[in-house]
Write a protein that binds this ligand. Structure first.
Ligand code: HEC
Length: 125
């Protein structure tokens, strides 16, 4: 095997590993009971700067109380993926959402429970 081919294989493998990693869905702990009250606190600390204290958006990010984020359009997995890997801008003109570090899958599950509770209160379900 020549060097070019070894290099191509190594690069291909590296890319495959990166893709596999980029697609892995963060999983909350088995048996976790997502808690909206805990989620509210975590949301205010980690997400409100862009999505707004009242979930109605800011000049840095979109409202989550919006039909585009109803559970059938953006399921709970979308929240896990958004927080871990960030979001390439595709629905809005705010730019990309960067990954939010230091927020665990369990914490994202609490945040999602809070967002779903608030969505239901305004009739988004
Ligand atoms: C630095 C600003 C910023 C922060 C902080 C931020 N977001 Fe975002 N978020 C955005 C922007 C901008 C978008 C919209 C991207 C688009 O679709 O155009 C977005 C989109 C999303 C989406 C939609 C994902 C999709 O698949 O379209 C979810 C869910 C989300 N954010 C959840 C969160 C949560 C939960 C937190 C806190 C842990 C958070 N965001 C923190 C800016 C932010």
């Amino acid at each position: 095997m020549n060097h070019t081919r070894t290099f191509a294989l190594a690069t291909g493998l590296g890319l495959a590993l990166q893709l596999a990693h980029a697609q892995a869905l963060p999983q909350p702990s088995a048996g976790l009971m997502p808690n909206p009250a805990q989620g509210k606190r975590l949301f205010e600390k980690n997400c409100a700067v862009c999505h707004g204290q009242d979930l109605r958006g800011s000049d840095k990010g979109p409202p989550l109380l919006h039909p585009v984020y109803e559970p059938s359009h953006h399921g709970d997995a979308a929240f896990q993926m958004a927080v871990r890997y960030g979001v390439r801008a595709h629905h809005w003109k705010f730019g990309d959402m960067p990954p939010v570090s230091g927020v665990s899958a369990d914490e994202v599950a609490h945040i999602t429970a809070y967002v779903r509770q608030q969505q239901r209160l305004v009739g988004i379900r």
